[in-house]
Write a new protein. Structure first.
Length: 1075
């Protein structure tokens, strides 16, 4: 097959006196070449790796010259990377104007380079055939060269079914083609020849194709049949690029070697076939790559159905697959896979025209070198550094080892000990004129800087600067690229200031001096005199220039070209310098040069002013003499910041004895201004009572918060003298006291707070209405001897007079025997009687004129700002000889909310004998009702009046005088029996209702219910009206009509439960009480 490329412009000979030779055509002739139809319909010729290709080149001489002239034709086979793989040349015969000459040569395609875009089946890549013609008289060069790409596939096969064993005509050994084999699903060795067979119907290429079904039949079920790209070997050693298939070898009874796709040696790979046909559901035909025997987990494939092949017989469709991203650097066998299940089948697929496109990795490479060197070269004065920045790209597929070198034509600049060239690259260990670059991966770049230092004082001259790159690997490719630049040195006044001192040249405390070394050099190539000055950004700095012997240098300093001198800058910091970095600069000027200086005429440095931390402490009193009597002493300590920075200090106190209990007014000072910032702190000496006499010390240390190594301390001596002191506890009464009750006692604690053994005389300051005395004291009113810190409990027995109310304060005073001027007292506040936090209200007067049980209602009100628990009690005094009185069981204990009220029932029981035996017609008595708070210290009382009216037994006797029955005797028996029954009932009630009838134990607090003391617990009577007799042993005699006496009856009628007789006697009293 042959295809050619013509240079249309070259064929248009322009004629003229100047000869024009041009390349007009490149032709490729090969029996193994194949045509590829591009998406646009154009045709591209490609070959497979290993094919021999004949390449013809036609050149033509333009014009109309009648004198013959020959030319040299050179043909290069260029890899797309850029290196030349093969070069062939020849000379033409002498050509007249418009004559052509054609010659050819043969080349073997030994490297694969082709790429198939599987999305549109466009083929690209390939080896570049570059032909060019040369004639010395040809001055038209734009048509002297022509290029043509030639894609080279990894492998191809016409798929004419040469490996079908059914025709008994296998191809020659060592020639790869496709062979069929049946492979189990589990990946074990081939166990049959499979179902792939030759089909002689119209093919895409060649004379036959492959199918996997018998002619006119459907394909077999439950099959896994492969077409394997392989060759028949002479022995079990298949050689490089192939591996033995043992199972297939047994089926063909000869060594079968599978071709291997070594993905580690490839940049890309694409598989291609042409196909038509159809498959049943669940069955497929695919392009396949596998490792080992091809178990499913070691297989990758591309199902034909993904490319929608034609189902029309003879209408071939492209099936293309790019598995590059899945190859993973492994070696793969490859071929075509047919797999079916047990479900329905069809006629199957026809497959033809296999091609494996790919780009093989090669060890050769080229470099793309891009540098920023100017087109016209460099022009510079002396003492400059010329940087050249370059980026180098490896166009190859594998890592490249490259060496970079540089030189300049002025040999004196290339002194090996200090060359003028320095190379900075990604190799941090080499910087000379020759540097080995780190390996550059394929397709990657590496950057570098080549710096040429022009010496100071260099004369005006022209030099050549070269930089080149060489292959340093095993490929021996030689020089890979070179940059050559012209260099011109101009005439110039120049200067170079430098210093070996770092940017932070020194560190000075205020007022200190230092010398900073620097070098002054005439860097130009003309003589000059220089003046060096310094400039500080802060005021107060003093500086001048000296030589190394510290002698002041006179300015300006004359220097010949290239001369340098070592100098010192003497610097003194201000006495009040603040901390921080102080920038300064050195500048060199040439007053006589008449033009600006080239080079480094200014250098900038800094001097650090460290923080100076210094503190001073002093106190007005260093010696303290004081007793341990609790009267504090304060020592004021002044603290001064003598440093150059604002500073705060932590304060720490260390005592020789913790019992001194000294403390500081602050743990930390405020921030003190630099230079004499001042503050005062207080050392507090509580002089605690009981502190033993002796000498104590308190050491105060001030430590810098920013630098704990800076501190100052001061020690205060404290001399504690002999001290007498006493303390008496303040006590709290946890109850409210009822005046006139039994005596109670309370303990007061007395403590010796002096620092020596002592005893104390006890005395009291009594409030009015209170009686008290000490008990259990020694010698009447003395405590025992107490050691320092020891305590003694003094007991006080006390009572309160009747009628005393309010808060009474008792003072218990202890006076030192060692020092009678020392005394102390403790207090206790007693709440006696009502504090008005509870109130008892009654609007009733009780009149008893008949024997029986009576009830009186009183109201208890909470006047405290919180709820209270209340217990009710009753003091009957001496009235128990006439009647018994008690609080109803349900009203003895209750809870009152804030501003709450509670009605409490008081019960009275009167015997008829008591009323009959009264000394007077009316006797006025009273009982005291107490409401005692269990929540606060308060007890409210109410005196409840009870009026007794004498009754007579004569009326009863008269009414029974005419009767023969002995009513008196019967009455005695009835009363006696009732009394006995009542006593038995009382006994049972006491036994069965002990908890209900339980009274608060007032005896424990000095109280006792007189009624209880007299009668014990009595069962509660039935609830009845407050003024009605609840017990009537017989009907009273009908009263004689009488004229109404007493006040008028109110419009709303008699009070509830009252009779007219009661109203006539006590109505006025009721009105007075209810106004």
């Amino acid at each position: 097959m042959s295809i050619s490329v013509q240079n249309v412009e070259a064929t248009m000979g322009r004629g003229g006196s100047t000869d024009d030779f041009s390349v007009t055509e490149i032709s490729i002739n090969s029996t193994s070449a194949s045509q590829w139809i591009q998406p646009d319909g154009s045709v591209m010729l490609y070959v497979a790796k290993g094919d021999l290709v004949e390449i013809s080149v036609e050149v033509k001489r333009g014009g109309a010259s009648l004198q013959g002239s020959n030319a040299t034709v050179t043909v290069e086979m260029v890899h797309p990377i850029g290196f030349v793989m093969n070069t062939t040349s020849w000379n033409t015969v002498p050509l007249l104007g418009s004559q052509s000459f054609t010659d050819s040569f043969e080349w073997e395609a030994f490297v694969a380079h082709s790429y198939l875009n599987v999305s549109n089946n466009e083929l690209s890549g390939g080896i570049i055939i570059r032909a060019h013609v040369f004639n010395p008289s040809d001055d038209r060069n734009e048509n002297d060269m022509m290029e043509k790409p030639l894609p080279v596939a990894l492998a191809r096969d016409d798929m004419d079914a040469e490996g079908d064993p059914r025709d008994s005509a296998l191809p020659a050994a060592a020639i790869p083609t496709f062979y069929g084999g049946e492979y189990p699903l589990d990946g074990s060795d081939a166990n049959g020849l499979g179902y792939w067979q030759e089909d002689n119907s119209a093919s895409a290429v060649g004379e036959a194709n492959w199918r996997h079904a018998n002619s006119g039949s459907d394909y077999a079920s439950n099959s896994r049949s492969r077409l394997v790209f392989a060759f028949r070997g002479t022995n079990s050693n298949c050689g490089y690029g192939a591996s033995l298939d043992g199972g297939l070898s047994q089926q063909y009874i000869q060594w079968m070697c599978k071709m291997q796709l070594n993905s580690a040696g490839l940049m890309s790979a694409q598989m291609h076939v042409q196909s038509w046909g159809q498959m049943g559901a669940g069955d497929f035909v695919a392009l396949e790559l596998w490792r080992g025997n091809g178990a499913p987990e070691n297989t990758i494939s591309h199902n034909f159905v993904e490319d929608a092949p034609s189902t029309t017989p003879g209408q071939w469709s492209n099936i293309s697959w790019d598995p590059t991203d899945q190859l993973g650097g492994h070696s793969w066998s490859y071929g075509i896979l047919f797999q079916s299940d047990s479900s329905g089948a069809s006629s199957g697929m026809h497959v033809d025209d296999f091609v494996m496109f790919g780009i093989e990795k090669v060890s050769e490479y080229t470099l793309d070198i891009t540098c920023d060197d100017p087109t016209g070269g460099y022009t510079t004065p002396p003492n400059t550094i010329i940087p050249m920045y370059c980026v180098v790209k490896n166009n190859g597929y594998q890592s490249a080892q490259v060496r970079i070198q540089s030189n300049v034509s002025n040999v004196s600049w290339m002194n090996p000990s200090l060359p003028a060239i320095r190379i900075d690259s990604e190799n941090p260990n080499q910087h000379g004129t020759t540097v080995m670059l780190p390996a550059i991966p394929g397709g990657n770049t590496s950057e570098m800087w080549i710096n040429l230092s022009v010496p100071a004082g260099a004369d005006v001259q022209q030099q050549v600067w070269q930089v080149w790159w060489e292959d340093a690997g095993g490929t021996q490719l030689g020089e890979m690229g070179r940059i050559t630049a012209d260099l011109a040195i101009t005439e110039q006044y120049g200067v170079h200031l430098s210093s070996t001192a770092p940017l932070l040249a020194d560190s000075l405390y205020p007022g200190e001096t230092t010398s900073i070394p620097f070098k002054l050099q005439n860097a130009g190539n003309r003589e000059a005199g220089y003046t060096v000055t310094s400039n500080f950004q802060s005021e107060g700095w003093v500086s001048y220039v000296t030589d190394l012997n510290h002698s002041i240098v006179q300015m300006p300093m004359p220097l010949i070209k290239g001369e340098e001198v070592q100098l010192l800058l003497n610097v003194t910091a201000p006495d009040d310098a603040s901390p921080g970095d102080v920038p300064f600069s050195l500048r060199a000027v040439c007053p006589s040069c008449g033009e600006s200086l080239f080079g480094t005429d200014v250098i900038s440095k800094k001097i650090e002013i460290p923080v100076l931390r210094e503190v001073e402490m002093y106190a007005e009193e260093m010696e303290i003499l004081a007793p341990a009597n609790g009267n504090s002493k304060v020592v004021y300590i002044d603290l001064l910041n003598l440093g150059n920075d604002d500073e705060a200090y932590a304060l720490n106190l260390v005592q020789s004895n913790w019992k001194l209990q000294a403390f500081l007014s602050s743990d930390e000072t405020p921030v003190l201004d630099a230079w004499d910032g001042e503050t005062s702190i207080a050392l507090n000496l509580p002089m605690p009572v009981g502190l033993a006499p002796g000498l104590y010390t308190a050491r105060v240390t001030a430590t810098s918060l920013d630098d704990p190594t800076v501190s100052e301390q001061i020690t205060i001596n404290v001399d504690v003298t002999d001290t007498s002191a006493v303390w008496v506890s303040d006590e709290e009464a946890d109850q409210s006291y009822i005046p006139g009750s039994d005596a109670q006692s309370m303990r007061f604690e007395v403590r010796n707070d002096g620092n020596q053994d002592d005893r104390f005389t006890m005395s009291m300051e009594l409030p009015e209405g209170m009686n008290a005395e000490f008990v259990q004291l020694v010698d009447g009113d003395m405590t025992p001897i107490l050691e320092p810190g020891a305590t003694y409990n003094v007991t006080v027995r006390f009572t309160f007079d009747e009628g005393t109310n309010g808060q009474l304060i008792l003072k218990v005073v202890a006076t030192s025997v060692n020092d009678p001027t020392v005394s102390s007292n403790g207090k206790c506040t007693y709440r006696v009687g009502s504090q008005n936090w509870l109130r008892i209200i009654s609007t009733e007067s009780t009149i008893i004129d008949e024997a029986g049980e009576y009830e009186v209602i009183v109201t208890v009100r909470n006047q405290y700002n919180d709820g209270q628990s209340v217990t009710m009690d009753l003091d009957q005094g001496g009235t128990n000889r006439w009647y018994s009185a008690s609080v109803a069981a349900n009203d003895r204990d209750f809870w009152l909310e804030v501003e709450g009220n509670r009605e409490v029932t008081i019960k009275f029981v009167v015997q008829s004998s008591s009323l009959e035996n009264l000394d007077e017609e009316f006797i006025e008595t009273s009982v005291t009702v107490w409401a005692i708070s269990n929540s606060v210290e308060d007890a409210a009382s109410l005196e409840l009046p009870v009026t007794l009216k004498r009754t007579s037994a004569d009326a009863d006797s008269a009414s029974s005088g005419g009767d023969s029955i002995d009513w008196v005797g019967i009455g005695i028996w009835v009363v006696g029996g009732a009394t006995i029954i009542a006593l038995l009932g009382v006994l049972l009630m006491v036994l069965n209702s002990e908890e209900e009838e339980e009274q608060p134990d007032w005896a424990r607090d000095g109280y006792e219910d007189n009624l209880t003391a007299t009668y014990g617990a009595v069962a509660a009577a039935p609830n009845v009206g407050s003024m009605e007799n609840s017990v009537q042993s017989m009907a009273p005699p009908s009263p004689e009509p009488t004229v109404q006496a007493g006040p008028p009856v109110p419009a709303e009628g008699l009070p509830e439960g009252w009779t007219m007789e009661q109203w006539s006697h006590y109505g006025q009293q009721w009105l007075d009480n209810n106004r």
